[in-house]
Design a protein around this ligand. Structure first.
Ligand code: GLP
Length: 242
């Protein structure tokens, strides 16, 4: 695991975007991106747009797979991950919307929808570079503490801490969905490259656990210690407990 410590979230975005761009340049137009919601990757997406424009990288054939989506939540709601990815990734990077995928949180059979999502990732050739953040409890995607290391895309229950953290996007905590569909830790371990961005002191405990703690299901991001090509880009505050 490579850890890069920078001064500000903006710098984290620039450094993380360069890590992502290296993969895009190497793989070429058919690159398969793993994308995530949350505030952590926003500066990365902005910096990536600048790189893509200035180098005229061709993303017209690129595809993208999101880590997660809420269950039983309207996809046209502004806080759905479908809308969030459209706003922050698909449109700014001018990706083909037909090639941008999210797990189906509205399926009658969520387990089958999870299996279909895994199949779609396999058919695309696997994820070349997964961009992501981490929750304050060390979750990645919506793999909450206690998730199996072998887990694949499936319905999960959100931790109380996660619902509290995400309440800021809603009028009240009661509106925060209780379930989501999330890629599993096994799915994430299969990606070829991971770029995780964490900023702010609220992430300091999670970062310490991910980087220096024992590999444990209680800090799901700690499985990245087993990933062959994972880079963490963190600011000084998120690094304060290392
Ligand atoms: C949600 C997402 C995670 C994300 C986390 C952190 O829980 N499912 O993928 O890492 O939020 O969000 P933020 O970056 O806003 O702190």
């Amino acid at each position: 695991m490579q850890v890069i410590i920078v001064d500000t979230p903006e710098e984290a975005g620039r450094v993380a975007a360069e890590e992502v761009a290296k993969v895009i340049r190497r793989v070429g137009p058919g690159v398969v991106l793993g994308v995530a919601t949350g505030s952590s990757p926003l500066t990365t997406y902005e910096a990536l747009v600048d790189i893509v424009r200035s180098e005229q990288l061709d993303l017209s054939q690129a595809s993208a797979f999101a880590l997660d989506e809420y269950v039983n939540f309207p996809v046209d709601h502004e806080q759905s991950y479908t809308e969030t990815i459209r706003r922050t990734v698909t449109e700014p990077l001018a990706l083909d919307p037909a090639r941008v995928h999210l797990p189906d949180g509205l399926a009658d059979d969520l387990a089958a929808a999870g299996a279909a999502y895994e199949q779609a990732i396999r058919e695309a050739g696997g994820i070349d570079v997964q961009i992501m953040g981490t929750g304050s409890n060390g979750h990645i995607g919506f793999n909450e503490p206690g998730s199996s290391f072998a887990s694949r895309t499936r319905p999960v229950k959100l931790a109380a801490q996660t619902r509290e953290d995400n309440a800021r996007f809603f009028d009240s905590i009661d509106e925060v969905p209780e379930q989501a569909m999330s890629q599993g830790l096994g799915t994430i371990l299969d990606t070829r490259t991971v770029v995780l961005i964490a900023t702010g002191e609220g992430k300091a405990d999670a970062v310490a656990g991910i980087v220096e703690g024992p590999v444990t299901a209680m800090v799901p991001g700690s499985i990245l210690q087993f990933h062959p090509d994972a880079t963490l880009v963190i600011d000084a505050e998120a690094a304060s407990k290392l």
